[in-house]
Design a protein. Structure first.
Length: 416
């Protein structure tokens, strides 16, 4: 009888009989295979995207469509169209946009990195084309060259340019590495690429688009590692330029001059340049704490000009009040903060820069829009994401939300 303290007997192997594999190795191989299967399937990815981010997008989109319906039907009726024409068109773009968002969330975002140069110069070409082939839109003797017509429809190249610039700069700062600390690679070259876009957008008579393009480029430069002193220098330079512009507005186009004068002189042209902003302030003031009720705005009846576009948030304030407007602002803040969290968890720097750029676009655009309708800055004509009428803008925005979800999906694969 064997001693109880003796080690257990092992079966002896004979000849070429294979050794019994170790269980830990089997487990490692199994988990590795499972991870690879869940990682990618061709150009698509499996796994879960960030549900809170998706929920915030859908909530803002739903509220935006409801408010567009409420704000737009008087204007549509005034122009002899179906009262629901703005809403129907925007809802159609929203459906296509949500599909595009879900599709983009399944596609590996690294594909964007491969084709970022093509995307940048393709959008650059569209920005050149729109200067010569565009819809006829003249206000106050100024020609606005912002839309390329395609049959009965049109699209705005600058909306594509925003994402193209973000993607291109994200790739650029990933490639240059430690050279970002030098003046040539960290400051001069990216400013050249940003300036090329800003110059073309300025030629469209689209000053607000130019400002937004520059702000997005500066945001990517900041997160990309450009030395911080350049931003303080840039702030000083911008302040100096603004002071010069206000002192000598004649150097700007006529329509911009009027906006500057209307901002500084509150009594200037109450039936002209100040009409829209004055009625925006009336709308916000009449909303009070809880608003006059959904659909009950009075300022949307041809007092606030084009209430379905840049000044839709003034109608939101009138109908939903301070509380409703505050809730919407909080939703935008949560969306931006959630985007930053996704960027921090991204599996590579490119994904992180991409999400931070898109989040910056939403945050900056929302902030500028609200500052305009409150008469805190001159009227620049920047739209409110998810709310303002515009098919190209909404479609591109939802596609960009899909890119953010794609980054989050790939980050979540670590847990598989």
């Amino acid at each position: 009888m064997a001693d109880r303290l003796s080690p257990p007997m092992r079966r002896q192997r004979y000849g070429n009989e294979p050794a019994e594999p170790k269980r830990s190795r089997e487990k490692d191989e199994s988990s590795r295979t499972r991870f690879q299967k869940s990682k990618v399937s061709g150009f698509t990815m499996l796994g879960n995207f960030d549900v809170p981010y998706f929920a915030l997008v859908m909530i803002l989109l739903a509220i935006g469509l409801v408010m567009l319906l409420s704000a737009s039907y008087p204007t549509a009726y005034f122009y002899g169209e179906n009262s629901y024409s703005f809403f129907i068109k925007q809802a159609a773009f929203a459906v296509v946009g949500v599909i595009a968002m879900l599709v983009m969330s399944k596609i590996d975002y690294s594909i964007i990195r491969k084709y970022a140069n093509i995307l940048y110069f393709g959008a650059f070409g569209l920005l050149v084309v729109v200067l010569f082939y565009h819809t006829d839109m003249t206000v106050g003797g100024e020609a606005f060259k912002r839309y390329i017509p395609i049959g009965p429809m049109s699209f705005q190249p600058s909306e594509i340019g925003k994402f193209a610039l973000i993607a291109f700069l994200a790739v650029y700062f990933c490639r240059i590495g430690n050279k970002v600390k030098t003046f040539q690679y960290g400051i001069f070259i990216p400013l050249v690429f940003i300036g090329m876009y800003c110059g073309l957008v300025a030629l469209e008579n689209h000053v607000s688009g130019m400002i937004l393009m520059f702000a997005l480029g500066a945001a990517i430069m900041f997160v990309g590692g450009t030395r911080s002193w350049i931003f303080w220098l840039g702030v000083i330079g911008i302040v100096a330029i603004v002071m010069v512009v206000f002192m000598f507005p004649d150097m700007l186009p006529n329509y911009v001059q009027k906006k500057l004068v209307a901002f500084t002189d509150k009594s200037f042209e109450p039936l002209g340049a100040r009409w829209q902003i004055n009625n925006s302030l009336y709308a916000m003031g009449s909303g009070g704490l809880f608003g006059v009720g959904l659909g009950n705005s009075k300022q949307k009846y041809m007092y606030v000009s084009e209430p379905q576009n840049d000044f839709i948030f003034s109608i939101v304030c009138e109908e939903l009040g301070f509380i409703g407007a505050l809730v919407i602002i909080i939703l935008f803040i949560l969306l931006v903060l959630r985007g930053i969290q996704i960027a921090m968890k991204a599996r590579d720097r490119f994904g992180s820069y991409l999400v931070l750029g898109i989040s910056a676009q939403i945050g900056i655009q929302t902030a500028l829009n609200i500052l305009v309708i409150t008469d805190s800055i001159p009227n620049t004509g920047i739209s409110l994401p998810f709310f303002s009428y515009g098919g190209t803008a909404l479609l591109m925005l939802l596609a960009e939300m899909g890119v953010v979800l794609s980054v989050s999906r790939k980050a979540n694969q670590r847990k598989v």
